[in-house]
Design a protein around this ligand. Sequence first.
Ligand code: PEP
Ligand code: MN
Length: 263
Amino acid sequence: ISRKWRVNPTRIDLGDGVVIGEGSLSLMAGPCSIESEAQIESVVAHLRKNNVKIMRGGVFKPRSSPYAFRGMGMDGLKMFHRICRENDIKVITEVMQVSQIEEMIDYVDVFQVGARNSQNFNLLDSLGESQKPVLLKRGISGTLEELLQAAEYIFSHGNEKIMLCERGIRSYENAYRNVLDLNAVPVLKEKTHLPVIVDPSHGIGLRDYVEQMSLAAVMAGADGVIYETHQTPEKAFSDAQQTVDFRESERMIQRMRQAFELR
Ligand code: PEP
Ligand code: MN
């Protein structure tokens, strides 16, 4: 995945004109967790209004506590996929283990590998064999070198449709959830030909600052931004405190697109 091996940037074609990679700004937005049909429909309407082509939403959720909401599973994914297909929107969702790949694959456009699974090498091997596009998140305390090596696991099986995602790293600072390491963006862009996506929601963990960090990510050179939005964020089943409402999301989208034009 090194730039030394391939100079031209990788672009990932999801079909229907949705292409991720250098030259465009890919926006992916949606709730932390898929919760209900009504919730999916509200997000889809918001995305369509703003011409956002990719919806995120977890159905298998890695939660710190086993007693927290752990996602709607396959029933939720099928509903998520059906409503998105009806509305020309692509689906990105997290896969947590090898055994889920086969049942999920027909309902997913991009598999997300979460921070906690960033070095689950068996999962990365299997995703490499799957040939489905993958968004690979940086580990909670992962170095960039570890992220690049993790991507190499997928790539070495012949699946070249990989994007890397900076989502904040753990530090001693506790004024916010994580430290969004925007240094990673220009450094990764130089080291690899793969697209680099930033997740400001998990990166800072506080909704009031997600917009600023999303704009900073665009100016740092990100190829896309993935973030959490919900009609009533305070009622979200997971990550409520970092989820923006649709009014804030719409402003973010407009400003990110303006910032991208300035690059
Ligand atoms: C998520 O995207 O909701 C998520 C769990 O992200 P991360 O793996 O970065 O914590
Ligand atoms: Mn989340």
